[in-house]
Write a protein that binds this ligand. Structure first.
Ligand code: SF4
Length: 366
């Protein structure tokens, strides 16, 4: 495994709270952003001293990192480059919302090092955007993508949500056509889940969510239609033009080291998992919570099976010190016969139908 590191920077601010969202985020003013960015810079410096590691991916997520504006974002990148040895070809991603993104100076962001922009589009259908509580329109997405491309950044990703109340196979196709017509390189397509403590969860009786059959139909349509348009599925919810897979997110699924800095950010370094709690105050006090051992056999199976390349049985043999036990093999045979898994040489992976049942299949296996 390479000794390089991925850095995740969490910006916990949003202009408003979307009804389905359970990420840690809150409203803030510019002085809140500045104060938080100052703490981030301190932590970046401290971690840079503690971990003398080369960085080959950086990811600014949230929340809505774009709300803090390019000045603070560029200062944070400068601090990262001062504190760590960042590869010249490092992938540096910024999550952007189309309502704040259309006003950002992407020329400045690009010259400071950002080279990948991930845009929270979710849908191109006005009624769906409204029900999702999004503040942007499809035109804002077009403006943002054009601004990004004009700056010379070609590596653009769009988020597309599946299972939106009122979504149909036709409206999903419309949204996919919209994404592909913009020539983006990557599409993340997550199925909406009712998470506890969200507005949707507490008010689920007010909405008509697609049932399991329609959700499955939407997912399988997305996999198939995106493939026809040249977007290869490389993970349960991620699709790209070959060569534009998210290098940072692949670190998570391949159990490569990453350091998360910011409120609610998680880390895995040298087999140790730890995180900051969901509170800006805790982050300011540098209150780190230990989260046990990382890189276990169970994690390796669970995360590998998210990927289209699947589980490498030779690596599994090394990790566990022997071939999988017969019970594991028998269960896999059962899933293969049911069309939920496939075996290609020594690689075991889920099929699209298997992905739909990934939680129960994986928990049965580990
Ligand atoms: S913009 Fe993103 S992080 Fe913020 S509330 Fe909406 S979904 Fe959550």
């Amino acid at each position: 495994m390479s000794n390089s590191l991925g850095l995740y920077i969490h910006i916990p601010f949003c202009r408003s709270k979307c009804p389905y969202c359970d990420f840690f985020s809150k409203r803030g003013t510019y002085s809140d952003y500045k104060e938080y960015a100052d703490v981030l810079e301190d932590r970046i410096r401290a971690f840079g001293c503690a971990y003398k590691r080369d960085v080959n991916t950086v990811y600014f997520g949230g929340g809505t990192p774009s709300v803090i504006g390019e000045k603070l974002l560029c200062e944070l990148i400068d601090e990262i480059k001062n504190s760590f040895n960042v590869y010249d070809n490092a992938e540096i991603t910024l999550e952007v919302n189309p309502d704040s993104g259309k006003k950002l100076d992407f020329f400045k962001l690009r010259s400071s090092g950002f080279n990948r922009i991930s845009i929270g589009m979710q849908s191109a259908v006005p009624d769906e955007l409204k029900i999702l509580g999004r503040l942007h329109s499809a035109n804002d997405v077009i403006s943002t993508v054009n601004n990004v491309k004009e700056s010379g950044i070609e590596n653009v990703s769009l988020d597309l949500m599946l299972g939106v109340p009122g979504q149909t196979t036709d409206s999903l196709k419309y949204s996919i056509d919209f994404c592909t017509s913009l020539g983006v390189k990557h599409i993340s397509s997550y199925i909406l889940k009712l998470e506890e403590n969200t507005y949707y969860y507490k008010n689920s009786d007010k909405y008509t969510f697609p049932d399991d059959d329609l959700t499955a139909e939407l997912y399988l349509l997305a996999v198939d239609y995106l493939a026809k348009k040249g977007y290869k599925q490389y993970e349960i919810s991620n699709f790209s033009i070959p060569g534009f897979e998210s290098r940072h997110n692949l670190r998570y699924w391949k159990l490569e080291d990453y350091l998360g800095i910011g409120a609610s950010a998680h880390s895995l370094i040298d087999g140790r998992r730890f995180y900051y709690g969901r509170s800006i105050e805790d982050f300011k006090c540098d209150r780190i919570i230990e989260d046990g051992e990382g890189g276990t056999e169970e994690e390796f199976i669970m995360l590998s099976l998210r990927l289209s390349e699947g589980l490498d049985l030779d690596k599994l043999k090394i990790i566990r010190g022997g071939e999988p036990d017969p019970e594991f093999t028998n269960k896999c045979d059962k899933f293969i016969n049911a069309g939920l898994m496939k075996l290609d040489g020594r690689r075991l992976s889920l099929t699209p139908n298997g992905y739909l049942l990934s939680n129960s299949i994986i928990s049965d296996l580990i």
